[in-house]
Write a protein that binds this ligand. Structure first.
Ligand SMILES: *Cc1c(COP(=O)(O)O)cnc(C)c1O
Length: 387
């Protein structure tokens, strides 16, 4: 047997990393340590690594963190109460007044809001660039740029950024590259191996995978950043509860098989939509006509479960389709086993209307679930016919 979990394949790490049977009872599954505090050996007697209070550390959360680090191929992972809490911790541990961030022009709206509405109040400045255009990123960078914040694939237009090239560009400019890996998951892409410094997740999405828990995580190889993140999280308190950590850990175990099915279903749907007469354009990195298809094929294992498309009939048709499906539930969020449909312009991206991040109003976004693909296709065709 190999002792170091890093040598196991992805599926094995997802099920075993950080998840040894409980030493006291043999419980095969990591227990939900539903406790706020821990008995100590003597006054002031806690040793490094012992548990003392669950804001600081909790064994169920530790198991989740070890699993996440093993999946991203990073040395340290920290779990947070939400994806936004994870992103906030990265921003607040790396930026000081006067610093500058470069963001993708279709960055997650919540991340944009945090930087645009909160961090600017603390003297942080930002620029927006198309991250698939390296010249635009180079131009946006300043001497005081400390972070480049990247998503790939992006939301909702499924753009692809060259993570290795961005890492190099950021490093040449004295900045760090953060990759929000929520859409791809470590099953499809591991940004640290491509040169990124920090990976951020909303574990609410594919990692949890069942739309039943909100959570976030940061993964990094840097000991220094890990110390700062640990200190801030313990100080500010944005920790997930034990049950939430446990649900996320349970989700992780099946990530590989779920992602295979998400990808397979999304590929079928993207192809079917791309030949449908009412569809104007399909945004899916797995399609040969996607402008960065070959880059996606190089840095990703497959192309993910998110598909967006515009309707020739404009916003009216897009609203009709979004409201006209039965199996695809009209809802925000993504990454669960069940399929979801939404109209970004009026739903997830309503807050960026009129900004640089505005999205086409004829756009519909799908989070393709793992149901029978024929049922999903029939549902979409029915809604398109009626639109
Ligand atoms: C949902 C999401 C977030 C925010 O995560 P929460 O868990 O909702 O706080 C950040 N980035 C991306 C890409 C997301 O999809």
């Amino acid at each position: 047997m190999v002792a170091d979990p890093a040598h196991y394949g992805f599926e094995t790490r997802a099920i075993h990393a950080g998840q040894k049977p409980d030493p006291r009872t043999g419980s095969v599954i990591v227990p939900i340590y539903q406790t706020s505090t821990y008995a100590q050996d003597g006054v002031g007697g806690t040793r490094e690594g012992d548990y003392e209070y669950s804001r600081t550390a909790n064994p169920t959360r530790t198991a989740l963190e070890e699993a996440l680090a093993a999946l991203e191929g990073g040395r340290h992972a920290l779990a947070f109460a939400s994806g936004m809490a994870a992103g906030d911790a990265v921003l607040r541990t790396t930026l000081r007044p006067g610093d500058h961030v470069v963001l993708g022009n279709d960055v997650y709206g919540g991340t944009f809001r945090l930087i645009d509405k909160v961090l600017t109040e603390w003297g942080v400045d930002y620029s927006v660039a198309s991250l698939s255009n390296l010249d635009e990123v180079r131009t946006a960078m300043r001497p005081e740029t400390k972070l480049v914040w990247c998503e790939s694939p992006t939301n909702p237009l499924l753009g692809i950024a060259d993570i290795a090239a961005l890492a190099e560009l950021a490093h040449v400019g004295g900045a760090k590259l953060v990759v929000d890996n929520t859409f791809a998951t470590p099953y499809l892409q591991t940004p640290l191996e491509l040169g990124a410094d920090v990976v951020v997740h909303s574990t609410t999405k594919y990692l949890g995978g069942h739309s039943d828990v909100v959570g976030g995580a940061v993964v990094t190889d840097s000991d220094e950043l890990r110390e700062k993140l640990f200190f801030l999280r313990n100080t500010a308190g944005a920790v997930p509860g034990a049950f939430d950590a446990w649900l996320t850990l349970r989700g992780l175990k099946t990530l590989a098989v779920r992602m295979e099915r998400h990808c397979g279903n999304a590929e079928l749907i993207a192809e079917a939509l791309s030949v449908h007469p009412k569809v104007e354009r399909v945004y899916y990195p797995g399609l040969a006509e996607h402008p960065h298809h070959s880059l996606a094929a190089k840095q990703m294992r497959r192309f993910g479960g998110m598909v967006s498309f515009t309707l020739s009939g404009g916003e009216r048709a897009a609203l009709d389709v979004a409201a006209g499906t039965t199996l695809f539930t009209l809802a925000e969020s993504l990454g669960g086993v069940e399929s979801l449909i939404e109209h970004p312009g009026r739903m997830t991206h309503a807050s960026v209307a009129g900004s640089l991040l505005q999205v086409p109003d004829a756009l519909v976004r799908l989070s393709v679930g793992i149901e029978d693909p024929h049922d999903l296709l029939a549902d979409l065709r029915h809604a398109l016919d009626a639109s």
